[in-house]
Design a protein around this ligand. Structure first.
Ligand SMILES: *[C@@H]1O[C@H](CO)[C@@H](O)[C@H](O)[C@H]1NC(C)=O
Ligand SMILES: *[C@@H]1O[C@H](CO)[C@@H](O)[C@H](O)[C@H]1NC(C)=O
Ligand SMILES: *[C@@H]1O[C@H](CO)[C@@H](O)[C@H](O)[C@H]1NC(C)=O
Ligand SMILES: *[C@@H]1O[C@H](CO)[C@@H](O)[C@H](O)[C@H]1NC(C)=O
Ligand SMILES: *[C@@H]1O[C@H](CO)[C@@H](O)[C@H](O)[C@H]1NC(C)=O
Ligand SMILES: *[C@@H]1O[C@H](CO)[C@@H](O)[C@H](O)[C@H]1NC(C)=O
Length: 254
């Protein structure tokens, strides 16, 4: 058989099985409280044809779980209209302010090619702000008197952070800390992400910050939307009017 016939046949078979999978609803659309699982998302147990493998979720004990880098996050909601998925570290426990994320997560963990974005330029353009902020848990060898340092000692004093000695120390939380501005007496022990609306200048207690950490943060899957929308183009971007714009076409001289 000629090569292009084979390709056509392959396409036909793929297309057929996609239709059959979606017709028979073999693609799971809900797990626990998340009722909007649809493209690009798929569950691990779904047929291969469902969703995009980069956006795989698991359904464990009736909870939707996202594995991101080395961490695990409960999925709270999926919002198809603004391309965001709301997640929270599985280590966070409501009402227990000594609970912390199992792993540190901040803008530095995300890179441009990753399926999710939280801090990049394109999503800032799209949402008008970054979709998430960071909270730094810092350990200081002396007390720091500054509005930027919110005392977390009463919650975290007994908690084992990395290489904690029993010498006098204070533990603070800082919202959107500028790393270069952190006092030299302090070191960052852990970073966590919170929703974009958390405003460090309005929060006076660590319990309030902890509540937001339990709520979690939002990740955007805008990168795949942009790439798909601009298939066949060298690059894509966001206009100031929140529209996806494609760059020059692949294979065309300009
Ligand atoms: C799973 O979670 C949903 C939503 O939270 C709930 O309505 C349902 O009863 C749960 N099912 C089981 C088997 O726990
Ligand atoms: C994020 O990066 C930090 C520093 O490299 C690392 O310690 C942490 O485990 C990473 N977080 C996740 C969720 O992989
Ligand atoms: C979830 O899906 C339902 C039905 O398709 C829709 O009405 C609702 O707005 C969606 N919710 C979110 C958060 O996308
Ligand atoms: C996306 O939409 C949801 C629901 O309307 C909202 O809660 C969330 O803050 C939005 N996310 C961003 C990054 O704008
Ligand atoms: C652990 O703490 C001790 C004493 O404060 C210090 O000398 C040592 O360098 C620390 N180790 C690491 C890996 O940070
Ligand atoms: C962080 O602080 C440095 C020094 O004060 C300043 O130059 C820089 O613009 C700050 N960055 C942010 C993001 O605020």
């Amino acid at each position: 058989m000629p090569k292009d016939h084979l390709l056509l046949l392959l396409f036909f078979v793929l297309h057929q099985s996609l239709s059959i999978a979606t017709e028979n609803n073999q693609c799971t659309s809900s797990c626990g409280e998340v009722t909007n699982i649809s493209f690009p998302f798929r569950l691990k147990s779904d047929p291969k044809i469902c969703g995009d493998s980069k956006y795989e979720l698991s359904c464990l004990n009736n909870r939707t779980v996202l594995s991101l880098y080395l961490g695990e996050y409960y999925v709270r909601h999926i919002d198809q209209t603004n391309y965001t998925i709301g997640v929270a570290d599985v280590g966070m426990r409501k009402g227990d302010c000594s609970s912390l994320p199992r792993l540190s997560l901040s803008c530095g963990n995300f890179s441009y090619q990753d399926p999710y974005s939280a801090c990049d330029y394109d999503s800032s353009m799209f949402y008008g702000r970054e979709p998430s902020k960071t909270v730094s848990i810092v350990k200081c060898t002396k007390a720091v008197d500054s509005r930027l340092y919110i005392d977390a000692s009463s919650c975290l004093d007994g908690v084992e952070l990395s290489n904690f000695s029993s010498t006098r120390r204070r533990i603070y939380a800082m919202v959107d800390a500028n790393v270069s501005n952190v006092e030299t007496a302090c070191t960052i022990e852990l970073m966590a992400m919170t929703p974009w609306w958390v405003d460090g200048t309005n929060l006076r207690s660590y319990a309030q910050i902890h509540e937001q950490m339990v709520y979690g943060f939002e990740l955007s899957w805008l990168p795949i939307v942009g790439k798909m929308h601009c298939k066949g183009h060298y690059y894509w971007g966001i206009s100031s009017k929140r529209q996806i714009q494609c760059g020059s076409k692949i294979g065309k001289n300009f």
